[in-house]
Design a binder for this molecule. Structure first.
Ligand SMILES: NC(=O)c1ccc[n+]([C@@H]2O[C@H](COP(=O)([O-])OP(=O)(O)OC[C@H]3O[C@@H](n4cnc5c(N)ncnc54)[C@H](OP(=O)(O)O)[C@@H]3O)[C@@H](O)[C@H]2O)c1
Length: 286
């Protein structure tokens, strides 16, 4: 049965995404990994094929800071595959102490952690909804509890920016968009597609390693690293959500269990505000 299922994992050149790709390739899924660098992505796909003996591992490319590239990646996927069962929106991360904006005018943390999964899910939903058991898994973070402080008049922190707050906000927004999409699919009667988000744990990957957060925070991240878990442990809840016989939707998971996300900034109105904001930002690519 797994042999027929197709899974797409974004940001799978290393870290949690690659560990999840390995775990699913071992179970004989057809695995498509995504990366932004051709050399790194092709190498990761080759390593996964060799390590698992599964030849149904390939890749697509796209710089997910750019929605034009998300669109191209979706088109590339749709031109090559006639089936999609599981979409794991994993690409993301923490940016630098100085706020940066993409060539499309979007703050980088917001672009890769919020808008890219939003747009990719929208573009692939028509194919995913043909699956008997379609699943979208969004990789969020506990940072939404620790660091989020959203300003709904300034979603992308143009007036006041801190990389940790931007990251916490982005993952909070991803959790809300997960819940919102789940609600829309249920309303539309698309009960065959579930959408959930995940905190993978504190994992020793490239996460935060190349981010310049500023003197003290750079040191703090280095000191914490020895206490982090392995990428394989980080991939655990992702692979659980991809493979387990569960049909929950709109939930946030930690250690294979649905848990309540922080609700401090939540209201139905804020959730809708965010959703409408994302639509405005990506509508030219939808
Ligand atoms: N590690 C943790 O403790 C932790 C905790 C909570 C949540 N998370 C989340 O888990 C997910 C995976 O992170 P990780 O820990 O495995 O970190 P990682 O080792 O840095 O992996 C991140 C992946 O995302 C890709 N990526 C980043 N920006 C991209 C862009 N603009 N376009 C395309 N691909 C991009 C990276 O590609 P390149 O190889 O090209 O850089 C890499 O494949 C992220 O969403 C992260 O926020 C991590």
């Amino acid at each position: 049965m797994n042999q027929e299922k197709v899974v797409l994992i974004t940001g799978a050149t290393g870290g949690i995404g690659k560990a999840a790709a390995l775990a699913l390739a071992k179970q004989q899924y057809t695995v498509v990994i995504h990366g932004r660098n051709k050399g790194r992505t092709a190498l990761a796909a080759e390593e996964i094929r060799i390590m698992t003996g599964n030849n149904k591992v390939s890749y697509i490319l796209g710089d997910f800071f750019l929605m034009s590239d998300v669109k191209k990646a979706a088109e590339s996927f749709l031109s090559k595959y006639k089936r999609l069962d599981i979409l794991i929106n994993n690409a993301g991360g923490l940016m630098n102490k100085d706020r940066a904006v993409t060539a499309e005018g979007v703050e980088t943390t917001f672009a890769v952690n919020v808008l890219a999964p939003f747009l990719l899910s929208e573009l692939l939903l028509p194919l995913l909804s043909q699956s008997e058991d379609g699943r979208i898994i969004n990789v969020a973070s506990n940072s939404h509890r620790l660091n989020a402080k959203p300003d709904f008049n300034d979603m992308e922190g143009s007036k006041k920016y801190n990389p940790l707050v931007a990251y916490g906000n982005a993952k909070l927004f991803l959790i809300w968009n997960t819940r919102h999409l789940a609600g829309l699919l249920t309303t539309q009667g698309l009960h065959n597609v579930t959408v959930n988000s995940v905190h993978p744990g504190a994992i020793a990957t490239n996460f935060g390693v190349t981010s310049n957060l500023g003197g003290f925070l750079n040191l703090f991240v280095k000191l914490l690293r020895p206490f982090f878990k392995t990428p394989e442990q980080g991939a655990q809840t992702l692979t659980y959500l991809a493979t387990a016989d569960i049909h929950l939707t709109g939930n946030y998971f930690e250690k294979n269990k649905p848990v309540a996300p922080a609700e401090k900034y939540y209201s139905k109105r804020n959730e809708q505000l965010l959703w409408d904001y994302c639509i405005q930002k990506v509508k030219q690519w939808m």
